[in-house]
Design a protein around this ligand. Sequence first.
Ligand SMILES: CC(C)(COP(=O)(O)OP(=O)(O)OC[C@H]1O[C@@H](n2cnc3c(N)ncnc32)[C@H](O)[C@@H]1OP(=O)(O)O)[C@@H](O)C(=O)NCCC(=O)NCCS
Length: 206
Amino acid sequence: MPNVAVSDKKIEIVDACKEHMIYAETICHLIEEAAEVRETGIAKRKPSYIKKKMKDDKAVIALTGDCLVAGFCYIESWGAGKNFVANSGLIVAPTFRGLGLAKKIKEKIFLLSRKKFPKAKMFGITTSPAVMKINYSLGYRPVSFDHLTDDESFWKGCQSCTNYDILQRTNRKHCLCTAMLYDPDEIIEIKTRDKIEYEKESTVSI
Ligand SMILES: CC(C)(COP(=O)(O)OP(=O)(O)OC[C@H]1O[C@@H](n2cnc3c(N)ncnc32)[C@H](O)[C@@H]1OP(=O)(O)O)[C@@H](O)C(=O)NCCC(=O)NCCS
């Protein structure tokens, strides 16, 4: 249910750029806070890293009319030839959860990723049922970890997760996250999703 205190606000979801760098600290704080609340891990990010994503046009931000950060997500690319892409750092501020905002943010970052890396396979690892549901609706399917990138720098990102010991002792075969993959060549009917004009739907009335 929409929070009454914010029921008259409109949230706009836009491709992030340099002018949004002022929100990097807040975004990191939101991610860190969520990691503390959840029993399972979320990899930590530094403000400088978030800023770089914004500068490189590889992020999407959701802002209220009075400039509160409602949500965020960014693009990572991995492997030789950037053949794997992940949408990471998804966060929705607690006040704005349960309104369909994460779904809209993920749709927008998905489209941006497909535009920037049309040949790449897209993947995600998550323990969040909400994120699994969103990924599934975008055409991702569950896969085992060996379907993901073997780029060491991706797996390094798991080191700050509280469950990293599990990943280590299973030789990177299993952990608490579910891996999901969108393969642009394999899932033919999903290709039509790229044609949907999410731009028109990039605001949420609450
Ligand atoms: C996970 C998170 C991003 C979800 O944001 P949100 O804006 O509340 O999600 P949405 O409202 O868009 O919900 C998306 C879908 O998941 C469903 N959903 C939400 N919570 C769910 C749950 N616990 N179990 C199953 N489905 C759930 C919603 O019903 C919705 O499905 P629908 O479109 O069929 O109605 C938000 O809770 C958050 O920021 N959590 C902390 C950070 C985090 O966990 N990030 C993900 C790391 S991978």
